[in-house]
Design a binder for this molecule. Structure first.
Ligand SMILES: N[C@@H](CCC(=O)N[C@@H](CS)C(=O)NCC(=O)O)C(=O)O
Length: 208
């Protein structure tokens, strides 16, 4: 039995944030595949026994059960001593970008991808709106990364692992990252970390 169990599925960028942290910090972990596309997260059993919020990721460690990717990343940084800081001001800065990611970045990018790639919505007023919001957030992050290697100074932190989670899904995103040079370079820096793997290599996918 591995030290950590992560409830996840390969298509989940939020789960990928936690899986990538576990991989880069070289932790002993196992994936527990969740059948999201057949409604597992919406079942009474999942909400009662796994996560009342009906979401992935969920991390089990010892007697702990953690949900919300940001909380999981924070916990793993504490447990492993990796990808955070002892300095309170730096930790606040990490948190500031993680909140931005959860509210303004992942939210729009993930929803746009979900509509186009999984719901096959085609282009609609909603996807146009989502793409506009996503591009606005990408522009903010791109400008921020013009002056530094990572979101918080020049060290990789959990803020980067949170923000990059969806950006390795390529064509599934339904938007181009080509205009964002500094983001592309930053993704390359994260990709070159020892232990990095793409989402579909790191987490299980449904057979067929
Ligand atoms: N804020 C949450 C978002 C988690 C989330 O939305 N997970 C998706 C999969 S990527 C999910 O389980 N959605 C289920 C649903 O919304 O019904 C986090 O960062 O963990």
């Amino acid at each position: 039995m591995a030290q950590y169990t992560l409830y996840c599925f390969a298509e989940s960028g939020n789960a990928y944030k936690a899986a990538l942290m576990l991989a880069l910090a070289q932790q002993d972990w196992q994936a527990k595949w969740v059948d999201f596309f057949h409604g597992e997260t919406r079942t009474d059993a999942y909400r009662k026994d796994v996560n009342e919020m009906g979401e992935v990721p969920v991390l089990l460690h010892g007697g702990e059960r953690l949900t919300q990717s940001g909380v999981i990343l924070h916990y793993l940084a504490e447990q492993t001593g990796r990808f955070s800081s002892h300095d309170p001001a730096t930790r606040r800065e990490i948190l500031r970008w993680m909140f931005f990611d959860n509210h303004k970045f992942t939210s729009y990018i993930a929803t746009l991808r979900f509509l186009l790639t999984f719901m096959k919505s085609g282009e609609t007023e909603i996807t146009n709106f989502m793409r506009g919001r996503a591009e606005g957030a990408l522009d903010i992050v791109n400008k921020h990364l013009a002056g530094q290697d990572y979101l918080v100074g020049n060290e990789l932190t959990i803020a980067d692992l949170s923000m990059c989670g969806y950006l390795y899904y390529g064509d599934e995103l339904g938007l181009s990252l080509a205009p964002y040079d500094f983001i592309e370079a930053w993704l390359g820096r994260i990709r070159s970390q020892p232990g990095w793997q793409a989402p579909y290599d790191l987490m299980p996918k449904a057979a067929g």
